[in-house]
Design a protein around this ligand. Sequence first.
Ligand SMILES: Nc1ncnc2c1ncn2[C@@H]1O[C@H](COP(=O)(O)OP(=O)(O)OP(=O)(O)O)[C@@H](O)[C@H]1O
Ligand SMILES: [Mg+2]
Length: 267
Amino acid sequence: MPAESASQSALLSVRGVTKRFAGVVAVDGASFDVAPRSLTALIGPNGAGKSTLFNVVTGFTRGDAGDVRLDGEPIYGRSPHAIARRGLVRTFQLTKALAVMSVLDNMLLAAPGNPGERLGLALLRPIWRRAERAARERALELLDVFGLSAHAGDYAGTLSGGQRKLLELARALMLEPRILLLDEPLAGVNRTLARSLLEHIEALRAERGLTILLVEHDMDVVMRHSDTVVVMAEGKVITSGRPADVQRDPRVVEAYLGAGASSERRP
Ligand SMILES: Nc1ncnc2c1ncn2[C@@H]1O[C@H](COP(=O)(O)OP(=O)(O)OP(=O)(O)O)[C@@H](O)[C@H]1O
Ligand SMILES: [Mg+2]
């Protein structure tokens, strides 16, 4: 992979992204590619800069430098909304479902906005009615896929932690993403649910051609499910490649050991 020029075949191409917080270089010239339909894992010790990189790539944090392209189109510095509309959608480490809203309304809230309604253009009512109906159908179909149909009318706040994780995934899919960025989707999730979440993620890839970029600390999961691993340490991408090769890479082992022998999140 050439260091500076964007790869032609990449769906997502990240070049030289840098983000500083007072005194801390959280992300330091990070570059990597995500191939279409791949499941790419972004790993690294605590504080390596993974979440910050996600925030810059998805427009939630303004970077200090860099270039990010989605299918060749520049998205660096654009708003999260504009980036999501182009097909790059993320979930958060903490789930953002609104507790006092029904599960179905949470889904509909995630649907792409409706300009007619926003502008109060009564003339367009038939068009937005149709859009609303389509969004509703899509929401119900996704709730069915994730086994949440029975809870459509319940307040999201009554869902279990695991069900909220599923809802978060389902909500992200309302935007019909081309690439989904997941920041530790399995954190705090029991084994059974983790397996179910992973099955859903695999199915999304196989059946909908979705590309996935995933921050994950569980190395068993990374080894078993990803086809490419990108490793960050101290803000830099130190290497990337196939899981088995990366696991053997002495730089990777050193990065984890260097991050503190007390860390329980080692490969
Ligand atoms: N809003 C912020 N203000 C100041 N420093 C920040 C901010 N966000 C992150 N940092 C710092 O930037 C560095 C990278 O943090 P980041 O959360 O991106 O790491 P991470 O790889 O996601 O870690 P983890 O695996 O623990 O989630 C850390 O030193 C962190 O303290
Ligand atoms: Mg993080």
